[in-house]
Structures are given as structure tokens and as C-alpha cells.
Write a protein that binds this ligand. Sequence first.
Ligand SMILES: Nc1nc2c(c(=O)[nH]1)N[C@H]1C(S)=C(S)[C@@H](COP(=O)(O)O)O[C@H]1N2
Ligand SMILES: [Mo]
Length: 320
Amino acid sequence: MSRDLLNITPESVWLQRRKWLQWAGAASASGLVMGPGALAQTRTPQVQPIVAMPSVPSALAGAQASDKVTPWKDATTYNNFYEFGTSKEDPYEKAHGLITEPWQLRVEGLVNKPMTFDIDDLRTFAPIEERIYRLRCVEGWSMVIPWLGYSLSKLLAAVEPQGSAKYVAFISKADPNVMPGLGYAGLDWPYTEGLRLDEAMNPLTLLTLGMYGKTLPNQSGAPVRIVVPWKYGFKSAKSIVTIRLTEKQPPTAWNATAPQEYGFYSNVNPDVNHPRWSQATERRLGEGGLFAKRLKTKLFNGYEDEVGQLYAGMDLRRYF
Ligand SMILES: Nc1nc2c(c(=O)[nH]1)N[C@H]1C(S)=C(S)[C@@H](COP(=O)(O)O)O[C@H]1N2
Ligand SMILES: [Mo]
């Protein structure tokens, strides 16, 4: 683990910005999506380019997954993003119309310095790290994804949370013109999620700007999402436009829809079953299909060393 990555110097931010501009410049000058390993997407004219992103090694090496990284194709064609419909291939097939540039993220609420970030500012706010995290969906499947981003705590520190701030709400984009799921997918829109402030400040909570060395594809929550690796996947809100610090626990989309099935905490826990199915095991996408041996699900998705202390003394059955 490299200590100096924890101290962001203005120089490293500057270097990051310069590298980013080089990549972005190369991409737009050629009229194609370029850069090492970049995928050229050609489905429709309004497709957002997936541009290679520079990154530095993660300071959180201890939290990196030892598991095999899920193939890109599995991670980007089997998704939950109900704004685009409820079947797994809907996001891949229908999210192309989402316009991700320009994009602004507003950070507001109980803070001394509310701020609005353009997506380019977010990409250069702090050095971008690659973090290989497991993501476990409450439905019983999981993936291992090399995300790109930096700890949300860095952004939250900049807006200076007030003493009364106890929770952080995340609000996703809701645009009926490009999101067919808003009409029928059964949740209250916009999609909302939330964390306790100390959970949001935990270094594992990732403000995520890319994956597999590139900017996020639309179906994965472009251009900016949250990833909370020790909680069920629905806590990791996609395509967010607002982060709001609050005193009271904020309402969240799944909890509001079915509170007896989806708690506010939703920590991955093999000992607390969903009322309609067991959470003891999971299927890893891309590994042997439906007949592959299921893996044992781990408490806090295997991140107990990093986050267990957040829940010391709490009854995890009551606060599921
Ligand atoms: N805005 C929004 N965010 C969302 C969802 C959604 O429907 N809308 N689905 C969640 C669920 S249930 C999961 S499992 C993860 C899936 O992330 P992935 O498709 O990148 O694997 O996104 C989460 N974030
Ligand atoms: Mo999920």
C-alpha cells in the first residue's frame, strides 16, 4: 500500500488532469474513440464515447478482490437499471440515448460549501484509482469489476459537512425522454439511495467514473455512480445528479417500495435471508452459467475487516 496516494498533492491532481486531457483530446481529434484498449461503439450516433481513463494504483490494495475479474461482456449486458426497463438486457439495449455530457453533480444539504461539479471537474478532482470490487446483487448473482474512481470521502470533505449531517442521500437522473422504464418499472422516481455519513466516509465507498480502464458505459451508470461493495447492489446508485447531506435517514427507492424486503442498511449477509429466498450462496456471472457451483456468500461481501466496526453492537437482523 502506497501511503503517499492518501495525500493528494496539487501536482498529482494537475498531472491527472493533463493526462486526462491528452486522452480526451486524442479521442476527439481523430473523430473516433481512441486510447489504449478503448472500444469503438458504433450502434447509434448518440452513443457516448467510452474513453480510456488514466489511473494510479489503489491505496486500498487490501480491499482488492482476489477473485477472477468478470468478463466485460457479462458485466455490461446483464444489468439492473430499472430506468431503462426491468429485464437484464434492457440497460444494454436501451441506455444509449442517455446524454452524459454535459453532466453536473450537485453536492448540497447540511454542508458549509455546497458545490456543483461538471463531469470534467469530477474526473480531475482527485487521482483516479482502480479498485477491483465484488458486487453482489440481492437477487443472488455477483460480479468482480475493476472500477475507476476515488473515495467519496474526498468529495465530502471538500464540501465540509456540518455537525448535524448524519446521512447522505444519492439521487439518480430521471429523464422520461430517454428512460422508458420511468413509465412502468414500479419504483418511485427519481431512484434514490442513502448511507449513514460514516458509511459514506468509509474509504471503500467509491465515487465511480469508469470501469475496465475506460469511462462508464451508459448501462453501468454513466457518467458517475456510487459503488458500495459491502452492500447489496441496489445501494450503488447509477447516473447520479445530486448528493445531499441530511439529518434524518433519507427515503430510498427499494425500501419505500417493499420495506419488509429491502432494509436501509442492506449489508450483504449470508445469515439474514430475503423473505422470499436464501442469501447463503451466489452465482458468479461469466463463470459456467446456470449449472456452475454456487459460491458461499460472505458477511459484508468479504469486506468485514474494512467495515465491520461500523456495525459494532448493532443487531444485523433488525437493521437488515
Ligand atoms: N439508478 C439506478 N441505480 C441502480 C439500479 C437502478 O435500477 N437504478 N439498480 C441497482 C441494482 S439492483 C444493482 S444489482 C446494481 C447493478 O450494477 P451493475 O449493472 O453495474 O452491475 O445497480 C444498482 N443501481
Ligand atoms: Mo440488484
